[in-house]
Ligand binder design. Structure first.
Ligand code: KG4
Ligand code: ZN
Length: 381
C-alpha cells in the first residue's frame, strides 16, 4: 500500500536541542457530537491545544434517540464553525497544522461522510495530508494521550454504541477478548430513561435518580454471567426493566418518584455487576497471556458513571492492576482523541489511504467474528 507523502515534521530549537513537533487537527462526527480539536506532540510530550464539541442533544430530544438525517445535517452545518473555533482557541492558523485526522468510521454514515469531506476539503486547500482514523481506536488510545500509558494494556470501551474488551498492543493492533452481543450499555441506559420518562442522554439522568434509590428492591438479571468468557448482553435488562415498571403501574396505577429511583438503582447495579464481573474475567484472560505490570483502562461515555467506575476501580485494586480512567470530557466523544490517534498513526508509520473511505462498520480486530446487534451507531463493529 503506498503511503501519502508527508511533509517533514517541524523541528524546534530549544536551548540548543532539536525536537520533533507534530500538530494535528482532529475532526469527529460519527454520532451526535460535532467536534474539532488540535493536539500537539513536542518531543514525546502531549498537549491538547483546543477541544471543541458541539453536542446535538437538543436536536434529537423529542425523538428519544439519534435521528441519522438530522445528525448528518447538523454535522455539515457545524463542522466549519468547530474547526474555526478550535484554531482560534489554539491561536493557530491552518498553515501551522501538520496534518488533519478525521473519524472515517465506524458510525452513522451521513455524519462520517460530512467529517471526511470537510477534512479532504481542508487537505486539498492546504496541501496537508489527511489521515483516516477509526473512532474506536480514538477511544482506545486515549489513555496514552492523557497518561502516557505504554503498550500493551487492557481496555474496556463502554459507550452508547459499543462495549468491548480490547488488548491494545499498538496504534494499529487490537485484540478483542469479548463484547456485547446485542445492545451497548449506554443504549440500555438511554432506553431505560425513555421508559421512565427521563431526559436524554439517559446515562446521567438514570445515574442521578439511582443515587437516591434502593438497588435491592427489584431483582434484575445479570445476563451471561452464567456463561464463560467476556461476552455480554444488555438487551434483556431493558426488557426486565419494562416488565418491572409495568408490574408497579398495574398494581399502584402509576410510578412514584421513589419507584422510579429504585428502578434506576436496580438497573444501574445490574449493569455495574455485569461490567465488573466480565472485567474480572478479561483481566484474568489478559494475565494468562503473560501480561507483566498490567494496566486496565476504561473509555467511552458509560465510563463517566461514578458507580460503574468505582466498581471497576475496586476490582483493579483487588486484582493489583493499574487502573486508568481518562477525564470525563475525554471519555465521551471528542476530537482530541481522533487527533491523538492521527499522531499515533504518523509515529507508527501506519497511514493508509484506504483508511479514508467512510464506513459504517470498521471492527478493530478483524480476526474475530463480527459482533451481532445493531446500536445507536448502526451495526456494531
Ligand atoms: O462515548 P459516547 O459519548 O458516545 C458513543 O460513542 O456512544 O457515549 C454516550 C453514551 C450515551 O448512551 C450516554 O447515555 C452514556 O454514554 N452515558 C452514561 C453516563 N454519561 C453518559 N451512561 C451511564 N452513566 C453516565 N453517567
Ligand atoms: Zn464514541
Amino acid at each position: 500500500m503506498s503511503l501519502p507523502v508527508l511533509p517533514a515534521l517541524k523541528r524546534q530549537s530549544n536551548s540548543g536541542h532539536w525536537r520533533i513537533v507534530t500538530t494535528i487537527l482532529g475532526l469527529e462526527s460519527s454520532c451526535d457530537d460535532t467536534a474539532a480539536a488540535i493536539v500537539r506532540e513536542v518531543g514525546g510530550r502531549r498537549e491538547i491545544l483546543a477541544s471543541v464539541v458541539y453536542g446535538q442533544t437538543a436536536l434529537h430530544a423529542e425523538f428519544g434517540g439519534v435521528v441519522p438525517e438530522i445528525a448528518a445535517r447538523a454535522h455539515a452545518e457545524k463542522m466549519d464553525l468547530c474547526v474555526e473555533e478550535a484554531l482560534a482557541v489554539a491561536g493557530l492558523g491552518l498553515a501551522e497544522i501538520d496534518a488533519i485526522a478525521v473519524t472515517s468510521g465506524p458510525g452513522l454514515i451521513g455524519g462520517v461522510l460530512s467529517g471526511v469531506m470537510c477534512a479532504k476539503g481542508i487537505g486539498a486547500a492546504t496541501g496537508k495530508p489527511v489521515i483516516g482514523v477509526n473512532h474506536l481506536a480514538g477511544h482506545a488510545l486515549t489513555p496514552r494521550l492523557t497518561e502516557g500509558l505504554g503498550f500493551p494494556y487492557l481496555m474496556l470501551l463502554v459507550s452508547g454504541g459499543h462495549c468491548q474488551f480490547l488488548i491494545v498492543e499498538a496504534a494499529d493492533r487490537f485484540t478483542r477478548l469479548g463484547g456485547t452481543i446485542d445492545d451497548a450499555p449506554g443504549e440500555a441506559f438511554d432506553k431505560t430513561a425513555k421508559l421512565l420518562g427521563l431526559p436524554q442522554p439517559g446515562g446521567p439522568a438514570v445515574e442521578a435518580e439511582a443515587r437516591l434509590g434502593d438497588a435491592k428492591r427489584f431483582a434484575f438479571p445479570r445476563p451471561l454471567l452464567d456463561r464463560p468468557g467476556c461476552d455480554m448482553s444488555f438487551s434483556g435488562l431493558k426488557t426486565a426493566l419494562l416488565r418491572a415498571r409495568d408490574a408497579v403501574v398495574a398494581e399502584n396505577g402509576g410510578l412514584t418518584l421513589q419507584d422510579r429511583r429504585d428502578l434506576c438503582a436496580g438497573f444501574q447495579a445490574a449493569v455495574a455487576d455485569v461490567l465488573a464481573e466480565k472485567s474480572r474475567r478479561a483481566i484474568a484472560a489478559y494475565a494468562d497471556r503473560g501480561a507483566t505490570d498490567p494496566a486496565f483502562a476504561v473509555a467511552g461515555g458509560v465510563a463517566a458513571n461514578a458507580a460503574i467506575r468505582s466498581g471497576l476501580e475496586a476490582l483493579a485494586v483487588e486484582r493489583r492492576v493499574r487502573f486508568v480512567a481518562p477525564p470525563l470530557s475525554l471519555c465521551t466523544d471528542n476530537a482530541a482523541m481522533i487527533a491523538w490517534a492521527g499522531i499515533e498513526k504518523l509515529n507508527a508509520g501506519v497511514i493508509d489511504p484506504e483508511d479514508l473511505v467512510a464506513r459504517p462498520r470498521w471492527p478493530l480486530d478483524t480476526s474475530r467474528p463480527a459482533l451481532i446487534g445493531s446500536g445507536r451507531k448502526g451495526t456494531k463493529a
